[in-house]
Design a protein around this ligand. Structure first.
Ligand code: NAP
Length: 335
């Protein structure tokens, strides 16, 4: 089989991880070139991955020696880069979020619909996590009957200075927003954002923790605890309660220690470690589907729905009202 020649744009933190993943862990592909607005970042990743730099992202996308693109630039650059890939008819894996606003996501959908073929995968890697896949399989097999409630927690030990309330939704909660409708096979009807008593560890301008409440069209009630200064670990929880039972996301596999009258298990402390396997599976699935001329995972419509839902949650925090999720009809391009 011919190797997929991948060009990667955005050589920052996750860009470097994905570049190394492509070079060292994935099958049937290689990193053919990298690009970054900051040349020193591009040079560093090019050196560790032994691959050339192409100075401009436009030249990388247009290159006849590049088959498909990975976008890991910062969020505001996503829209133009993805549009450029579609204009060149090239498959693109874009890290989440698809774009920073719902209207920018609509532009991408319009371009893809005009092109007449799906080319975009959005980097919501949890759909490829083994634990979440087991939950989805159990729901589809009817193990717990119809889902009624979903309880989630998204906790991290601490967060960089300047992290904002809106980021709490558009950067953190966005993973649960994409994931849960896929898990339960339903669409969202409305949202409400609740702000509990605040942690002393949060910066004064940040509301931490927050609780996102989401109701689906069939009436499933979802709550997501968002707590980015929890101090004790990177702790991701999900429990789905159905008519005939409840299922819970398995903890990552770790040893259990018994010592000094205590029995316990270590916790992950960061997202890279927690979802390392999911990132591998996600990107290999992208490579395989691209070589087969199809797409997999979250598509542009999913990226748009996530952006609309995130906007509604942020509006709910500002207005203290429940906000409806009103979506236009889904184009037939999206299954
Ligand atoms: P980062 O460390 O800031 O890296 C972003 C890189 O892209 C920087 O080198 C930046 O250069 C460069 N860049 C900015 N605009 C560009 C453009 N127009 N063309 C080319 N390069 C450009 O950010 P990161 O943490 O790696 O995050 C990158 C993306 O991945 C973000 O969209 C983020 O939301 C997403 N992400 C997803 C996950 C996940 O769990 N799926 C996890 C982490 C990050 P400058 O430094 O000069 O701006």
């Amino acid at each position: 089989m011919k190797d997929l020649r991948i060009g990667l744009i955005g050589c920052g933190a996750i860009g470097e991880k994905h570049a190394l993943r492509i070079q060292n862990n994935l099958q049937n592909c290689h990193l053919a070139a990298v690009s970054d607005a900051k040349q020193e970042n591009a040079a560093r990743v090019a050196s560790v991955c032994n691959t050339p730099v192409i100075e401009s992202s436009a030249a990388l996308i247009a290159s006849p020696d590049i088959d498909a693109i990975v976008v890991t630039a910062w969020d505001p650059a996503h829209k133009d880069l993805v549009l450029d890939c579609i204009a060149h008819g090239k498959y693109v894996f874009c890290e989440k979020p698809l774009a920073t606003t719902a209207s920018a996501c609509r532009e991408i959908i319009n371009a893809e619909v005009s092109h007449g073929k799906r080319l975009v995968q959005v980097g919501f890697m949890r759909r490829f996590d083994r634990g979440y896949r087991l939950l989805k399989q159990s729901i589809e097999q009817g193990v717990i009957g119809n889902p009624l409630m979903v309880h989630c927690a998204h906790r991290s030990p601490s967060i960089a200075p300047g992290f904002s309330d809106d980021y709490m939704i558009s950067q953190v909660c966005i993973h649960e927003i994409d994931l849960i409708q896929w898990l339960v096979g339903d669409t969202y009807e409305s949202v409400y954002l609740e702000v509990p008593r605040q942690s002393c560890h949060a910066e004064p301008a940040l509301h931490d923790p927050q609780i996102a409440h989401i109701r689906t069209k069939t009436g499933i009630c979802i709550d997501v605890e968002l707590f980015v200064n929890c101090r004790f670990g990177y702790d991701i929880q999900c429990q789905i309660v159905g008519e005939n039972g409840a299922i819970r996301l398995p903890d990552p596999t770790y040893y259990t220690i018994r010592q000094n009258g205590f029995r316990g298990m270590p916790l992950c402390t960061n997202w890279e470690e927690r979802f390392a396997d999911a990132y591998h599976v996600e990107m290999q699935a992208w490579v395989d589907s691209t070589l087969a001329g199809t797409t997999t995972g979250s598509n542009s419509w999913d990226g748009y729905v996530a952006a609309v839902t995130a906007d509604a949650l942020n509006e709910s925090r500002r207005t203290e009202h429940r906000i409806s999720i009103d979506l236009p009809p889904k184009p037939s391009l999206y299954p």
